[in-house]
Design a protein around this ligand. Sequence first.
Ligand code: NAI
Length: 234
Amino acid sequence: MQTYLVTGAASGMGAAVAQRLSADGHRVIGLDLDAVEVCADLATPAGRQTAIDEVLAACDGRLDGAVLAAGLGPGKGRERTTVEVNVLGVTELLTGLRPALAAADKAKVVVFGSNSTTATPLVPGAAVRRLIAGDAAGATRIILRRKGLTAQIAYAASKLAVSHWVRRQAVTPEWAGAGIRMNLIAPGPVLTPLLRSQLASGTGGQVRAFPVPVREYGTPEQLAEWVLMMLSPA
Ligand code: NAI
């Protein structure tokens, strides 16, 4: 039995991953806004610190793996919250939990990016760079200049930032050098509450126009299968 953290465990792909890990006999520390083991708001610095403290206490300083699935889709008026949750809810959390991952034998980390980063134009590189540096306020100021597209740009910038952060950090002495395997998965559209609310919103047409070569949306269970493969021993 191993101990895994799953953020976003109350819904969608995070819930599907948590169910699969539990069914395989592992201990899952679910983290979300409510209805899980650790309830914390990843949109605020205080909430992220609570999350780190409570997860470290719950796992007794040793984590065999972490799946970072908590996230917000594009939403007009919540650009700052989107980048806080999607970027700092990953980078600050993982930085705070790294000692517990290093304490395990060959820990595995899977972060959720998004394939929408490949289909969203006009994402300012300066905003992505600020997010990687942890500056959500500065990044949001830049994103809000892209009038009319700010919600989509905030989402794509957040997912580009975590993709770059994972790619840069994964190979360093602190991560790979400490025996921690960190990867990112970038799904196309998957039918979860997040995607359903996007389809029902004013930008539903844009979401439907997103290229889906296999012609149907993925399911949370299919994505959980991929994540389980990424968590398996080499
Ligand atoms: P979902 O909406 O079903 O689940 C996301 C979970 O994150 C929810 O339980 C929510 O409460 C939690 N969360 C949101 N804000 C939070 C906060 N401030 N603090 C703590 N928890 C918070 O979404 P879904 O679709 O399962 O998404 C999982 C991940 O996959 C997200 O990072 C999303 O951006 C990403 N993704 C989703 C795709 C899709 O088509 N559904 C496609 C590509 C990536």
